[in-house]
Design a protein around this ligand. Structure first.
Ligand SMILES: Cc1cc2nc3c(=O)[nH]c(=O)nc-3n(C[C@H](O)[C@H](O)[C@H](O)COP(=O)(O)OP(=O)(O)OC[C@H]3O[C@@H](n4cnc5c(N)ncnc54)[C@H](O)[C@@H]3O)c2cc1C
Length: 462
C-alpha cells in the first residue's frame, strides 16, 4: 500500500511505521487479538482526520480508530492483512473549553479519561465517568464503547453524559455537533448513533460533556455480605435512605479479594477476614454521618451484613477502591481467564450468578468463577479462571461453549450479553444470536447508508 499521501497529511511526527512503536498498538490488553497495519497515523486536528478519511476513501483503504487500546473486545485492533490504517487520536488531547455556569466541557477525543476528570476537578466540578483503565483510555474510546464504569448508578453511561459530538464521517465530511444544550428536539439525536458504534460509523474527534458539582461528604464503605441477593437488598435499602446519592455499588467475591492480595502487593484488606461476598459503595452528600452509621449498624444487627468498614478519609477510600480496581489485573496475573460482561435486571443478579456458576461448574471441574462488578447496574463481570493446575490452552478452547452457557442464561433472564465493553470482534456471533433480527437488520441498514464502502473499522460489531 502506498501511504505517502497519508504521511504528507499528518507531517513529521504524525505517523510511524516502526515495528517497535507499532507493537503496543497491535495487541489487545489480554493478548487475545493481534493485528498488522501499514501505518500508524497520529493526526493533530479534525481537519487532518477529515483529510485522512478522504484519502483512504479514494483508495478504499479501511481505517481502524484507536484510543487508549484498553477495550476488551478487539475493536481497536486491525485485522492481520496489514492493509488497514491505524488511526490514533492520542495527539488530539486539548481541553477546548470548560464552562462552570453551563456545567459542561468540550474536549478532544484523545484526552485520557483521567485528564478529563482532572480538568473538571480543577474547577471544583466532577466528570463522573470512572473506570479502572481511566489513566490510559481516551474519551473518544469511552464514547465509542458507551463506557459504563462505577458511577452509572447515579450518572448513567457515557451516553447520558454527552451533550454534543464532533465526528468525521466516512465520506470525510465533519458533523459539527458540539452543542452544549440540555434540551434539543430538532430532529434525530445523531450523536447517539456514534456513541457505542465502536468506530464503525465515523471518527469522534471531540465531545461536549456534562459536568456536575464536585461531590461533597462522600462516604465509602466496604461490607461483607452473605450473598449477591443480600447485596441487592442492601442496595435497595440504601437507595431508599439516600436516594440518588448512592453513586457506586460494587460486588467483590472472596476469590477476587484473594487474587488481588496475592498479585498486587500495594493492596490490603481492611476487614478482619474476607467474607464470601463484599459490597463497596460510595454515597455522596452524607451531611449526617450518624444517620449513615446507624443505617450500617442496622444492617449488621439484622445480619444483612457481617462486617463493615467506613473509610475515614480520601486516602482510605482510595485504598478500598484500589482493591476493586485491581480485580481485572489480578485475574490476568492468575492465569488464563474468560470474560463475560453481562447485565440482567438488578433483581435477578442473585439468580443469574447462582445459575451461571452451576452451569459452568458442570462443564469444567475446578473452574474458578469470579463474578464481580457493577451490581448496582445489574452488570456482572462473570469471569472464569482456569482450574488450578489446569491446562490453559484446553481451558481457553472451551471459550465458545462456556460463553453460550452463560449467555443463554442471561438471555433467559432478559439480560444483555454485552453490558459495557461492546461487541468489537469478540461478540459478533452473539449479536446475531441474541438480538432481535429486526434490530440487527436496522443496524446493517444504518451502517450501509453511512459507510457504503465499509471503510470504517470493518469486521467489528456488525
Ligand atoms: C482494567 C480494565 C478495566 C476496565 N473497566 C471498565 C469498566 O469498568 N467499564 C467499561 O465500560 N469499560 C471498562 N474497560 C474497558 C475499556 O477501558 C473501555 O471500553 C474504554 O472505554 C475503551 O477506551 P479506549 O480509549 O481504550 O478505546 P480503544 O480500546 O482504543 O477502542 C475501543 C473501540 O472504540 C473505537 N474508538 C476509539 N477511539 C475512537 C474515536 N475517537 N472515534 C471512533 N472510534 C473510536 C475503537 O475503534 C474500538 O472499536 C476496562 C478495561 C480494562 C483494561
Amino acid at each position: 500500500m502506498n501511504v505517502d499521501a497519508l504521511k504528507e497529511i499528518v507531517g513529521e511526527g504524525g505517523w510511524s511505521c516502526s515495528p517497535d512503536e507499532l507493537e503496543p498498538h497491535l495487541t489487545e490488553w489480554r493478548d487475545r487479538w493481534r493485528g498488522r497495519t501499514a501505518i500508524l497515523l497520529r493526526p493533530r486536528s479534525t481537519q487532518q482526520v477529515a483529510d485522512i478519511v478522504k484519502a483512504c476513501l479514494a483508495k478504499k483503504i479501511s481505517i481502524v480508530p484507536q484510543g487508549g487500546n484498553t477495550g476488551l473486545c478487539g475493536g481497536a485492533i486491525p485485522d492481520d492483512s496489514g492493509q488497514q490504517v491505524l488511526l490514533s487520536l492520542a495527539k488530539m488531547n486539548t481541553i477546548r473549553d470548560v464552562s462552570t455556569t453551563n456545567f459542561s466541557m468540550t474536549v478532544e477525543a484523545g484526552c485520557t479519561l483521567a485528564a478529563v476528570q482532572a480538568a473538571a476537578a480543577d474547577v471544583d466540578c466532577q466528570f463522573p465517568l470512572s473506570l479502572a483503565a481511566e489513566g490510559s483510555c481516551q474519551i473518544g474510546g469511552n464514547l465509542s464503547t458507551n463506557a459504563g464504569g462505577i458511577n452509572v448508578l447515579r450518572f448513567g453511561t457515557a451516553r447520558q453524559q454527552t451533550l454534543g459530538l464532533e465526528v468525521v464521517l466516512p465520506d470525510g465530511n465533519v458533523l459539527h455537533g458540539l452543542k452544549s444544550l440540555r434540551k434539543d428536539t430538532a430532529g434525530y439525536d445523531l450523536k447517539q448513533l456514534f456513541i457505542g458504534a465502536e468506530g464503525t460509523l465515523g471518527v469522534i474527534t471531540a465531545a461536549t460533556l456534562k459536568m456536575f458539582p464536585a461531590p461533597r461528604d462522600v462516604r465509602t464503605v466496604l461490607m461483607s455480605v452473605r450473598s449477591p441477593d443480600d447485596a441487592v437488598n442492601l442496595l435497595a435499602e440504601m437507595r431508599r435512605a439516600f436516594s440518588d446519592q448512592v453513586q457506586a455499588f460494587e460486588l467483590i467475591p472472596a476469590r477476587a479479594v484473594n487474587f488481588v492480595l496475592k498479585h498486587i502487593s500495594s493492596c490490603r484488606f481492611p476487614l478482619q477476614e474476607p467474607g464470601e461476598w463484599h459490597v463497596l459503595a460510595d454515597v455522596a452528600g452524607v451531611r449526617e454521618p450518624d444517620a449513615f452509621e446507624e443505617l450500617l449498624a442496622g444492617f449488621l444487627e439484622s445480619g444483612q451484613a457481617n462486617d463493615a468498614v467506613i473509610a475515614k478519609n480520601a486516602a482510605e477510600a482510595d485504598e478500598l477502591w484500589r482493591l476493586r480496581h485491581g480485580v481485572s489485573e489480578a485475574q490476568k496475573k492468575e492465569g488464563a481467564s474468560l470474560k463475560h460482561d453481562v447485565s440482567v435486571p438488578v433483581a435477578s443478579v442473585g439468580e443469574f450468578i447462582a445459575s451461571a456458576t452451576k452451569a459452568v461448574e458442570e462443564e469444567v471441574a475446578g473452574i474458578r468463577v469470579v463474578a464481580f462488578g457493577h451490581v448496582g447496574d445489574g452488570n456482572i463481570h462473570f469471569n472464569l479462571s482456569v482450574p488450578e493446575r489446569g491446562d490453559p490452552q484446553k481451558f481457553l478452547a472451551m471459550r465458545k461453549r462456556l460463553a453460550k452457557c452463560v449467555h443463554d442464561i442471561v438471555h433467559e433472564l432478559g439480560g444483555s450479553f454485552s453490558a459495557e465493553h461492546g461487541i468489537g470482534q469478540a461478540k459478533r456471533e452473539e449479536l446475531e444470536r441474541y438480538t432481535d433480527p429486526v434490530a440487527v437488520a436496522l443496524m446493517r441498514t444504518l451502517k450501509t447508508a453511512i459507510d457504503p464502502f465499509n471503510i470504517m473499522n470493518p469486521g467489528k460489531v456488525i
